[in-house]
Design a binder for this molecule. Structure first.
Ligand code: DAH
Length: 344
């Protein structure tokens, strides 16, 4: 028995000493110190030994097993620290190195303007129209007929409006005013909406005109809506968008769907009213068309003009953005040149 124990001891020590890393050490440990090891089986066999042998063998077994455990623990500590150091070295991060450059996109200047205007009118109680009331591909009925635009009006001319091939009554909307008719046909007053979106016109593209651009339409219909409300709301909008010191002017004008109609100018932001090429030497820049909704329009969409009245307005998003940031070419908005876009 003693010989057997010593034999196992020598073998175990040799194997533990021969281990080179945590993995091989663990293997040696399992082989000699686990429950199923030969060594442990000897311990279990103790009960069958004659009584006089028990103390000697017992103490030998205990001595050897604590010797082996001590050896394993020493080796373990050694390998553990070695492997930990290796890992730390491998995973070292140089925090002083430059980070990767990740290009970041941002909101297009036109979208920024739309968002700003939607927010301003939100404060004034206007909500955003449902998209289904503001389609870009539209029937002539909503783009023109229901807005009191007579059949022979020059705006209908194919020169201005894109007609769909083989569908003579379908157009790419030339104005966001189409949303007015759809909104009024589908809801009852009070109505207080704004409708931003794309519009299309068959223009020669230049620094001032593109055949795709954006408008924002507004509509307020209720009992007792007056020109005073129109003036108050639109002046407040201009004050919030351009700043309080920008003088405004209301000029009488004509639109088929409003009566009376006005155009609203702000003092030229380039020359502060002195007159320059941007304002054609008038000192003023037109930014809004507006007016009291024509009773014919109300009647045609089923709203009684003797009970209700309203005002409407339309403004160009490109123009408002160009004026605010002194941008001199509308095409810049559509060319996707990041050198331009990243300035906003
Ligand atoms: N739709 C007009 C345009 O494109 C702008 C406009 C003028 C809209 C008067 C309105 C309005 O709602 O009342 O020039």
């Amino acid at each position: 028995m003693e010989n057997k124990i010593n034999e196992i001891r020598t073998q175990a020590i040799a194997e533990i000493e021969a281990s080179t890393d945590l993995k091989s050490l663990e293997e040696a440990k399992n082989k000699y110190l686990s429950r199923n090891s030969e060594f442990n089986n000897l311990k279990k066999g103790m009960k069958d030994l004659p009584n006089d042998k028990k103390p000697v063998i017992g103490s030998l077994l205990n001595k050897v097993s604590s010797e082996l455990e001590k050896l394993v623990n020493e080796k373990f500590e050694l390998f553990y620290i070695k492997e930990l150091n290796e890992r730390l070295l491998k995973e070292k991060i140089d925090v002083t190195l430059d980070g990767d450059y990740i290009p970041q996109g941002h909101v297009h200047p036109l979208t920024q303007t739309v968002n700003e205007i939607v927010e301003i009118f939100g404060h004034l109680g206007f909500s955003l129209i449902k998209p289904e009331f503001s389609p870009e591909v539209e029937l002539e009925k909503y783009n023109f007929d229901l807005l009191n635009v007579p059949k022979e009006h020059p705006a209908r001319d194919v020169q201005d409006t894109f007609y769909c091939e083989n569908m003579p009554n379908v157009v790419l909307r030339s104005q966001t005013s189409n949303a007015q008719a759809r909104q009024m046909m589908n809801s009852k007053p009070p109505i207080k909406i704004i409708s931003p979106g794309r519009v299309y016109r068959n223009e020669n593209v230049s620094a001032r005109k593109n055949n795709l651009f954006h408008q924002i339409e507004g509509l307020y219909v209720d009992k007792n809506v007056t020109m005073g409300h129109l003036k108050g709301v639109l002046n407040e909008f201009i004050r919030l968008y351009f700043g309080s010191s920008r003088p405004t002017r209301f000029r009488s004008s004509f639109f088929p769907f409003t009566e009376p109609s006005v155009e609203i100018d702000v003092q030229c932001i380039m020359c502060q009213g002195k007159g320059c090429s941007v304002c054609s030497h008038t000192g003023w820049l037109e930014i809004l068309g507006a007016g009291m909704v024509d009773p014919n329009v109300l009647r045609d969409v089923g709203i009684d003009p003797n009970v209700y009245s309203g005002f409407a307005f339309g403004t160009g998003v490109e123009r408002l953005t160009m004026l605010k940031y002194a941008i001199d070419d509308i095409r810049l908005f559509f060319n996707d040149d990041v050198r331009f876009l990243k300035q906003f």
